[in-house]
Design a protein around this ligand. Sequence first.
Ligand code: ADP
Length: 604
Amino acid sequence: MSTNTATPRRLRWRSLVLLALLLAPLLWPVHFLAERYYREVLIEQNRQTLDLYVANLLGTLRRYEVLPQILGDLPGLRAALHAPEDPTALDNANRLLARVKSQTGADVIYLMNPRGVTLAASNWDKPDSFVAGNFAFRPYFREALAGRLGRFFGLGTTSGKRGYYFAYPVREDDHNIGALVVKVDLDHTETLWGNTPEQLLVTDTNGVVILTSRPDWRFHASRPLDRVEQSAIAANQPYPTQAPPLLDIDPNAWLTQSRSLEETGWTVSILAPRILLDRPVRSAVAVGAAALLALLLLLGLLILRRRHYLERIALDARAKAELEQRVTERTQDLELLNSRLKQEVLEREQAQQELVRAQDELVQAGKLSALGTMSASISHELNQPLGAIRSYAENASTLLDHQRSDDARANLKLISELTERMASIITHLRAFARRDRHAPERVALQPALDDALALLAKRRRAMDVELIRDLPDATLWVQAGETRLRQVLGNLLGNALDALIDKAPPRRIWISIEHQAEHLHLLLRDNGPGFSPESLARAREPFFTTKTSAQGLGLGLAICDSLVRALDGELLLANHPSGGALITLRLRLATPGVNLQPSEDPSP
Ligand code: ADP
């Protein structure tokens, strides 16, 4: 099984890697979009910085632009121009310029005569004083003499500091009497630029870097200089060098934004290193890749889980099928068992029926055997009245011959009585021999006992057995079958007589009753030898007998026991403490007066 699943699993991971490679180009748009976004952000930021810087630079310059024109009207300065030899006038002019310089923040303010010689300067008392210096070669002076505002960027010839110069003519009656110059220090506009990755680049009209945040770029030409520009540089000396070297900047490494200042002809540029852009773009791509990876992992996990789920379902299905198979097998077993049980029950029922039939046969056989044993006494019982009838009949005929009809009638009456008795004996015999299957019914005990005793009366008398009868006069009703009860009683009494045969007189039989809650006990006791221990234990067994075969078959008690039990009663065998057998016939009491069942049919 593991070898089966391993191959598709490897295949699946391989396909995931393949999918990852296929999805990788998706990172290019991510890269492109991220770069565009961050470039725009950077450009916007730099545009604002550039605007701020340009505004600051222009503000600085414009502050001083009009200063030379205004100062030119001051009488103190004009006086110096009118009396250039007057030390007081020059001294006043010097002090005035120094005061104005400190008030305006200009670098230097100085006054020149029309030949370009400096008459007074704000730095008259400093070692690098401009006084007496001739700056006629500077372009701003030429411009001023031409009657315009002169502008110029350049290094100070004495200070070596970068400065922006504004020059304006001092005019009187349409001609120039001198020029006033304000020099603005530009060094600090460079220091304004903080220590940022973005770099500042200000180039002048020649394209030479005059202000920059990178000292190594300073005074480098941003583009090749033409001849005119080169000669102008040589003439004006605005830079510390006559031939500014070419600026070596990799245009791909920088993101440049520029703004030109029309007033000065300068170009202010801000250069942002592309690295600034690369870092966030790389992060964005990394995030994208990570997201893609996570997505792939998730996909892998989902596939894995789905496969596990499918495997589990298959396992469940297999287990279910196995269970069903087992249930089917078990059901088949049970069905087999069930049919076997049914067969057994059927067989048992048949056996039961056989048994009942055999029992029935046994009862019948018992009856017949009893009939056989009794036949002698029965024939005697019938022969005796028959003999009597014969003699009474002969007597009656003799009496009729002698016209003694009354005596003859008496004899005939006796005959009639004797036939009645014979009929009664025959009725008992029929009842005894009949096969009886009726349900228990209400039977009067005393008449049944009387019948049984009547059948045995002759034998009892012959044996001189005393009958001690202790029964109430009121009829006792029990649940039984009339014939069956008579048969049982006859049997029990017969046994008692049998037991008394070898007993020396007095021979006695006691008959009494005991009332229980729902039962009645009929006690039959004799003063014979009683049951031996073996016969007490086995007397109910069919064919158990202690008598000779002529005397008994050993069926009596067996039949009695089964009959009594069928009547929901009991036959208890015991010996009386004073000797002899004590047999208790336990019968269920019946409600007096109501006989729900029809009495047993006396016909066979
Ligand atoms: P049978 O009378 O044909 O022997 P029974 O089933 O009636 O068969 O009796 C079985 C045995 O029980 C008798 O053989 C006898 O030994 C014993 N028995 C029955 N009744 C008495 C009795 N009243 N006294 C002593 N023994 C008895």
